[in-house]
Design a binder for this molecule. Structure first.
Ligand SMILES: NC(=O)c1ccc[n+]([C@@H]2O[C@H](COP(=O)([O-])OP(=O)(O)OC[C@H]3O[C@@H](n4cnc5c(N)ncnc54)[C@H](OP(=O)(O)O)[C@@H]3O)[C@@H](O)[C@H]2O)c1
Length: 286
């Protein structure tokens, strides 16, 4: 899809961060948008922000409060959305949480489930509900995974599991969509400067922070521009940021050995600097 003018684009997580930034770009290119998230106040503010970028007075910029982790809510609200907006030409699945970046033993099963329900079942619920309607439009699905889905990371057992599972979903689903003339893009950004990181900072162990810094920090503007280009170019896997692309290449060529060795070294050095004291105690193997 080279041009977005007049296209219908649904964006989950459209009220904040990468989703909102993508909304800004699509609005500037004349698309009709439906921003989806839970908090109505945040959605209202996002809509006001996007109004400034509209190209024509007839362009739709709508919002809908949906909890993507709840299949009943998704089915009910998407039925109404299809009646009002029509099936999306592009479905961007950016809604996600990273609330429990912590030592595995501190992540209760309920916390772990919340991450999986939002980050994995959220996109599954949306695709499952909209696929039939999207087939006739040969739509494009965009799934926000993460660099944490490509590599294991300290403190990311819940989040990393959800994002790695999205890559599994994408790899299999792509084969089913291709014969239908539909496209899928899966995106694996490193750290992006968005409100998501304010949540994570409360619990992420220092070792995790140190390893994460290896891939660098991107702006939401740069990330969103790259994703929109990847959609326009019909790319499957898109990894924003040259550093992360290089790390992933080294990871694949060394069958994971190089990333494990580098991460182990960074974790060891961080532990030593902390005098081997962390919340869960990094005793023993450092
Ligand atoms: N920021 C990063 O460093 C980074 C790196 C790699 C990948 N990613 C991925 O990129 C995507 C966007 O992240 P971001 O940084 O833009 O996050 P963000 O600024 O925190 O935005 C998250 C969005 O998801 C919505 N959301 C969360 N739970 C939801 C639910 N159950 N139902 C509906 N909407 C929900 C939020 O709105 P409400 O809370 O109002 O629902 C918000 O609009 C996520 O999938 C994230 O995992 C982010």
């Amino acid at each position: 899809m080279k041009r977005f003018e007049g296209k219908i684009i649904y964006i989950t997580g459209g009220s904040s961060g990468i989703g909102l930034e993508m909304g800004r770009i699509f609005t500037g290119r004349g698309a009709n948008l439906l921003l989806i998230a839970r908090n109505e106040e945040k959605l209202g503010k996002a809509r006001q922000t996007l109004e400034k970028f509209r190209r024509s007075p007839t362009q739709l910029i709508g919002t809908l409060s949906v909890d993507v982790s709840d299949i009943n809510d998704v089915e009910q609200k998407m039925k109404a959305a299809l009646d009002v907006y029509g099936a999306p030409d592009v479905l961007v699945l950016s809604a996600g949480i990273n609330k429990y970046a912590d030592h595995f033993e501190n992540i209760t099963p309920a916390m772990f489930d919340e991450v999986i329900k939002t980050n994995l079942y959220g996109p599954r619920n949306m695709i499952y509900t909209l696929l039939a309607a999207m087939k006739s439009r040969r739509s494009h699905i965009v799934i926000l995974s993460s660099a944490a889905g490509l590599f294991g990371m300290f403190g990311y057992t819940a989040y990393g599991t959800s994002k790695a599972a999205l890559l599994g979903l994408s790899d299999s689903l792509r084969y089913e969509l291709k014969p239908l003339g539909m496209k899928l893009t899966v995106v694996c950004p490193p750290e992006v400067d968005t409100p998501m990181n304010l949540d994570e900072v409360k619990t992420l162990p220092k070792e995790g922070r140190a390893v994460k810094s290896l891939a660098g920090l991107l702006t939401p503007e740069y990330t969103a521009e790259g994703i929109v280009k990847a959609i326009a170019g019909g790319r499957y896997l898109f990894i924003p940021g040259a550093k992360t692309r290089l790390l992933y290449l080294a990871h694949c060529l060394s069958n994971g050995w190089l990333t494990r060795m580098t991460s182990d070294a960074v974790i060891r050095i961080t532990c030593k600097r902390m005098g081997n004291k962390t919340a869960a105690g990094c005793s023993g193997h450092c």
